[in-house]
Design a binder for this molecule. Sequence first.
Ligand code: AMP
Length: 220
Amino acid sequence: MIRIIMLGAPGSGKGTQTQLLSKYFCIPFISAGEILRQEIRKNEKNKNYIKNIINKGKLVKNSFIIKIIKKKIQEKIYLNGFILDGFPRTIKQAESLKKYIKIEFILYLKIKLENIINRIEGRLIHESSGRTYHETLNPPKKKNIDNITGELLTKRKDDTKKIIITRLQEYEKFTKPLIKWFKKEELKNTIKYLEINANTSIQYIHKKIIKKLNINQKNN
Ligand code: AMP
């Protein structure tokens, strides 16, 4: 049983590392951003609210995302563990999560600001699955084509310089304080907080994460 939260700025590689870890440990993942993007496609009622917020680079309301994630986590496939990507993003969300589930690890991907813009601007996504690529750092086998389905890759509408600035401001204001919050939680022995240098290559970061998780699982 392993339950992990991925923490880090936009562009720190949370999504990419989540997908690799999910494969490595054979555990499913939940991506908050991906769920919201799917809601835009499927849910007429909430479509405009979510779209408006995401395209401004702001965070959706705590109560809104908490309700969605809480319901999702209760699905059977997550019973034996999961990786949470993009949730919690505020202390309110973390406090709420703590009330109904025990998390073992927080993985904080620490990245320099100068690397963020390049990571985000080169990102490509396969819309229906949420698979991500990068034009140069993690290119698909065929240019602009998803490796698995052969469908066309696209860019996220919120991956522009202008919106990235707001997303980073939201991160600084609401998500970064979580680092301190989780460190305090670690002192109470409720979780294990692990920091990873996320400025290197995808595979190198992946190996580092596995190593840290394996060492800390043994110590648990
Ligand atoms: P991501 O795919 O993780 O970059 O998330 C894309 C966007 O979805 C964010 O910029 C927010 O607008 C929204 N979002 C994702 N996760 C959350 C969350 N936990 N709380 C509030 N908004 C979120």
